[in-house]
Design a binder for this molecule. Structure first.
Ligand code: TXA
Ligand code: MG
Length: 338
């Protein structure tokens, strides 16, 4: 199959809407990462998503909607879910709510709940409007690879496997949405993202974070969010995170670099002087830039032939929690404290 790449303009959106209505899958831009879209209420179209991604069938998908009215046709919304939608939609927040029977089993991997998100990206909103569909879309990468934050990443992973990618340029946020279980009285963050626990607590009074958001699941432990069971976001080169006081971290990383060929160092811009003479990738000036760049840099490190990536741990507050969640998973929890 040849994969077409069309600009995400009016003509491209009309083509993409036609493809979705015909049961095909399409790569689409969102403000977080690129998604691999299909008609959420067409089980055969949704099956094509799992096939193209090589995604395990036990990992449910997010359904994208225009807003609350469309969400209400798919799930039984709790007062908590409604207040979070009012505060953060459209935007990078996914809410898990009890599903209604119209939602096919394949979308929710058989769970009694469905994950819903109203994206803010204008092209994705235009596509929702033009197609009139609810759109199921996981990140448009091969399962396990870093999420795609540019159309080139979608093509690198899925060229020849899908008919169409809408090119909306690089994604603004760069990390996947915050996933929140809103089935109870208190919000529970299953996957941290750009809508932080602090922001959610300001609306809901409090916000819990699932412990499994920051550590590996224990043997036999049930995953609240099935996606947490699988290795994620991983570059081909092994990644190690180093945590501790800045001077000791730098000394440790420099020592490791001296022992091995082909090591690359991934740090914030302000930390580059500590690694002069080494092969470095800059995450940028602040955590927002780091989120925007992280997945692209992991892909770049592979392309540059890095044999191992060493990254400084980041503070786990605000957006840092989401960054550390992705880094820890990309490292398969190889975190060294010094
Ligand atoms: O930003 C995003 O969320 C992107 C864009 C395309 O919208 N999508 C995305 O989808 O990251 P995906 O499939 O890569 O991640 C969805 C996450 C997975 O961890 C999955 O297990 C979880 O949401 N999830 C989906 N349905 C769920 C449910 N009913 N209960 C708990 N977790 C659920
Ligand atoms: Mg994903």
């Amino acid at each position: 199959m040849e994969t077409r790449r069309l600009p995400a303009d009016q003509a491209g959106i009309i083509k993409a809407a036609q493809a979705l209505k015909a049961g095909q899958v399409v790569g689409v831009p969102t403000e977080t990462v690129y998604g691999l879209a299909a008609d959420a209420l067409n089980p055969r179209a949704v099956a094509a998503i799992f096939e193209a991604k090589g995604r395990p069938a036990d990992n449910p998908l997010i359904v994208h909607v225009l807003g609350k009215a469309q969400a209400q046709a798919l799930a039984a919304l709790t007062p908590l879910a409604i207040s979070l939608m009012d505060a953060f939609w459209p935007g990078p927040l996914t809410l898990v709510a009890p599903r209604l029977t119209v939602v096919p089993d394949i979308v929710t991997a058989g769970l009694p709940t469905v994950a819903l998100r109203a994206p803010s990206h204008p092209a994705m909103r235009a596509l929702l409007l033009e197609s009139g569909l609810a759109i199921a879309a996981p990140s448009a990468n091969r399962s396990g690879a870093p999420s795609p934050t540019a159309p080139e990443h979608v093509l690198a992973d899925l060229s020849g496997l899908i008919p169409l990618v809408l090119d909306g340029g690089p994604c603004e946020v760069g990390l996947e949405s915050t996933v929140v279980d809103a089935t109870g009285a208190l919000p529970l963050v299953l996957r941290p993202g750009a809508v932080t626990p602090e922001m959610i607590a300001a609306v809901a009074g409090d916000c819990l974070v699932a412990p499994s958001a920051m550590r590996p699941l224990k043997e036999g432990e049930a995953a609240l969010s099935p996606g947490l069971r699988h290795r994620h976001y991983a570059p081909k080169a092994p990644l190690t995170l180093v945590k501790g006081p800045p001077d000791r971290v730098a000394a440790h990383i420099r020592r490791l670099c001296a022992q091995e060929e082909g090591v690359c160092v991934l740090v914030l811009e302000e930390r580059l002087p500590a690694y002069q003479g080494l092969s470095t990738f800059s995450l940028g000036q602040d955590l927002g830039q780091a989120a925007h760049r992280l997945f692209a840099l992991l892909r770049q490190a592979d392309e540059a032939g890095c044999k191992r990536i060493l990254a400084e741990a980041l503070p786990e507050e605000g957006l840092g929690l989401a960054l550390m969640n992705r880094l820890a998973r990309a490292a398969d929890f190889d975190i060294q404290s010094v």
